[in-house]
Design a protein around this ligand. Structure first.
Ligand SMILES: Cc1ncc(COP(=O)(O)O)c(C=O)c1O
Length: 379
């Protein structure tokens, strides 16, 4: 995507710009993986549940994966019967289980206790699975490590074997933004070692998300492993990427609305905030800035427009000094930004714009009415 051209052509700010070609490129990588390994691909809706994305992805995938009733309803509406719908969540509620069972083709219970509580309410058309925690960590930061100590995600792999006869599948998700398949191979080694031949009694294995497929140089070992799993145990194998599909395809474009010096450093205030990309604050992560030049002479702290002192994207360097009205792009923030975004301080959400065939198409604008509707008490 030509960021200069996009910045010049944008008529509103801030804007969340989605590059359709990027999504399609990743879908092609996944289609190849699917053709070579025989796995089935689901899009994990949680990364960006925008209907435009779901419609774009739908022809290339075998279905969607979801984590709640609302995601399941939306995904079901878009799928309209043309694909499977898989759910796993610690949050299944007694008052939602019947509808979840009607909407989802596959439900992987998050714990043995959740399984026991709800399994009898699920009709025969839904395939029952169990999320298994392989107790194999590849991440040091437990904020996004599903296998940390005291994990709430999945039943301990060392305890589940006697229960596998009661389910048709297992779900394993234990990585975060992995850029190689090393963790998948290690995980499958452990799953096979712990569960052995009982895997052959299952109908499917869902390997979860967390792999950035378009950044993995060699998918060969993963393809081989999936083929082996299918041959050895006669199971369907699913993967459910989210961030891989949309992470690189979404960019937040904003405008500098003020600039001043504070304790000797230049601060530029933007018309966006970390509330449009909350992982900046949650994980204290500095997003990639398109205009940043590591050799640039001008250091500037890019800060959000809200009252929170920590609403700061970080310090960047620029080849020339920045001016009020200049546009700044935070790149590769397509996943988990908009879905976590909020209107703190009453600042509007960004417009959503799709870049397709060298043209911008505005697909969503939020107004004061949306804010008002959220906060006005019902009559
Ligand atoms: C169970 C499950 N599946 C899939 C995903 C999607 O992961 P990602 O967006 O990293 O590919 C997640 C992310 O948290 C998850 O928890």
């Amino acid at each position: 995507m030509d960021f200069q051209a996009v910045k010049a052509a944008l008529s509103s700010s801030p804007a969340f710009v989605i590059d359709e070609a990027d999504i399609v490129e990743c879908l092609q990588v996944l289609s190849q993986l699917r053709a070579q390994s025989g796995c089935k691909v689901l899009y994990s809706v949680k990364a960006l549940p925008l209907s435009y994305v779901l419609e774009t992805v739908k022809p290339y995938v075998d279905g969607f994966s979801v984590s709640s009733l609302f995601e399941a309803r939306l995904a079901n509406e878009i799928l309209a019967g043309a694909g499977s719908l898989h759910l796993t969540t610690p949050g299944i509620r007694a008052d939602e289980i019947d509808e979840l069972g009607n909407l989802c083709s596959h439900i992987s219970f998050n714990s043995l206790s959740q399984h026991q509580r709800y399994v009898d309410q699920i009709q025969a058309q839904t395939s029952i699975g169990l999320r298994v925690n392989p107790k194999l960590s590849f991440l040091e930061d437990d904020r996004f490590n599903p296998c940390g100590q005291y994990s709430k995600l999945g039943a301990d792999i060392t305890t589940v074997k006697p229960y596998l006869a009661e389910v048709q599948g297992i779900h394993v998700h234990n990585v975060f933004s992995a850029t190689d398949v090393f963790s998948l191979i290690k995980t499958m080694d452990k799953v096979e070692h712990e569960l052995g031949d009982s895997l052959a009694d299952l109908g499917w294995i869902n390997l979860g998300g967390g792999y950035l497929f378009n950044q993995i140089a060699d998918l060969g070992p993963m393809i081989e492993r999936i083929i082996r799993l299918k041959n050895d145990f006669a199971v369907d194998v699913y993967i459910e990427p989210g961030k891989a599909l949309v992470g690189h395809a979404g960019h937040l474009v904003s405008t500098i609305i003020d600039s001043f010096v504070s304790d000797g450093k230049t601060i530029a205030i933007l018309d966006t905030s970390i509330n449009h990309n909350p992982e900046v604050f949650e994980y204290q992560r500095q997003p990639e800035c398109h205009e940043h030049d590591s050799n640039g002479q001008h250091a500037v702290i890019l800060a959000g427009c809200t009252c929170l002192a920590g609403d700061v994207f970080g310090e960047y360097r620029f080849a020339k000094s920045l001016n009020i009205g200049d546009k700044i792009v935070f790149k590769n923030v397509g996943a988990y930004s908009l879905i976590k975004a909020n209107r703190f301080n009453g600042y509007n959400l960004p417009d959503i714009v799709v870049f397709k065939d060298s043209q911008l198409h505005s697909i969503k604008h939020y107004s004061y009415q949306d804010y008002r509707q959220q906060w006005l008490a019902a009559d």
